[in-house]
Write a protein that binds this ligand. Structure first.
Ligand code: GDD
Ligand code: MG
Length: 353
């Protein structure tokens, strides 16, 4: 059995970060996002994976290569122009065999994939969809089911409140039998949610729902991206590879970072390899200071995610924000409340944002 990871979207809602770092490889604490999905697939024994790419594929290939370093075989199905979530699966078809697991490449979850797969096989369904209940379903694809766990209808991103008839949404994880892929038009842009799944129902195929009630998040917006970090640091999501945040809240500093005397570190926070934190600086809770960053004297970082190679100069404050790589934040700059700066941003001394 193989898996397809849909990772070709442009990540528009995470711009400007995704202008240079595609969403599948944005860092989540200390590793590229998709590494978590590979862990999830390992739980169900899948070690051969097709990455379905369209946007900046070379940047993703550069991170994962052929997968051998992770004990995997990774193939790439690259679209010349984006084919949509359905066209992308069809494009990967020559690399697939009997049953395939399809994952949206931007969801982080501890869903029990072995359970979903078992349910799929037991029921004899053509497709099994993992659903999850969320408080604000309108931003997602709603999936209605009957009392016996059969999918009845799909309402993708409803615009009218009257269409919100359930709280179970498509969690972006599917188990598909090979027999279903013939319903997908080849080389044609189409949506798996809006076109393919409704077509399966019309054909009379059994489409089964498997409801996941544990951790689930789509990291597609800056707010969710920051929330993922809080969830990992609070232990609400436990990365499978082991995490410094699995137990009590930790102020985790890489042995390859340099933290000078008189620095205040408040847990939970994370300081990565090669970072330098100078005297009097403060690293507050829910902060990540990426590789090779410099946080100078009396600067403060709190509830902020700072990507690699960024410099935060003396007396600057960065809170509740995300900074890309190679930024230069001048002295006494103040950045607050949901600011998102792309790679190489420069803020002159005393700027306020
Ligand atoms: N290869 C490829 N080609 N991948 C694509 C393309 C494409 O043209 N378009 C989107 N993707 C990938 C994205 O990279 C992402 O990982 C995944 O498909 C889903 O696309 P999003 O753009 O993130 O969709 P969404 O979050 O608005 O909605 C989807 O996910 C929700 C759960 O997070 C839908 O599947 C909803 O039904 C679902 O509830
Ligand atoms: Mg998404």
């Amino acid at each position: 059995m193989k898996a397809v990871i849909l990772a070709g979207g442009e990540g528009t809602r995470l711009r400007p970060l995704t202008l240079t770092v595609p969403k599948p490889v944005v860092p989540v604490v200390d590793r590229p996002f998709l590494a978590h999905q590979l862990d999830l697939l390992a739980r169900v024994g899948v070690t051969e994976i097709v990455f379905s790419l369209a946007y900046q594929p070379e940047r993703i290939q550069a991170v994962f290569g052929d997968g051998r370093a992770r004990g995997l075989r990774i193939h790439y199905a690259v679209e010349e122009t984006p084919l949509g979530t359905g066209g992308a699966v069809k494009n990967a078809e020559p690399l697939l065999d009997d049953v395939t697991i399809v994952l949206n490449g931007d969801v982080l979850t501890d869903a029990d994939l072995p359970g979903a797969l078992h349910a799929h096989r037991e029921s004899g369904a053509a497709a099994t969809l993992v659903l999850t209940p969320v408080p604000n379903p309108a931003a997602y694809g709603l999936v209605e089911t009957d009392g016996e766990g059969r999918v009845r209808s799909f309402i993708e991103k409803p615009t009218d409140p009257s269409q919100i008839t359930c709280d179970t949404i498509n969690a972006g994880i599917y188990v598909l039998d090979a027999s279903t892929l013939s319903l997908m038009p080849p080389r044609e842009n189409h949506s798996i949610e809006r076109v393919f799944f409704p077509a399966l129902l019309r054909r009379g195929d059994l489409v089964r729902a498997w409801v996941h009630r544990g951790y689930w998040i789509d990291i597609g917006t800056p707010e969710k991206y920051m929330q993922v970090h809080r969830d990992i640091m609070d232990g609400r999501f436990k990365p499978r590879h082991g995490s410094p945040f699995n137990g009590a809240p930790a102020a985790w500093v890489s042995p390859h970072a340099r933290v000078e005397e008189g620095v205040e570190l408040t847990a939970p926070c994370f300081v990565d390899d090669g970072a330098v934190i100078k005297t009097g600086a403060r690293i507050g809770p829910y902060s990540v200071v990426g590789r090779q960053c410099h946080v100078e004297e009396h600067a403060a970082v709190e509830r902020a995610i700072v990507w690699a190679n960024t410099r935060i100069s003396q007396d600057a404050t960065v809170s509740r924000s995300i900074l890309g790589r190679h930024c230069h934040i001048g002295r006494r700059v103040h950045i607050d409340d949901g600011s998102v700066l792309g790679d190489k941003s420069m803020l002159t001394d005393y700027s306020r944002l």
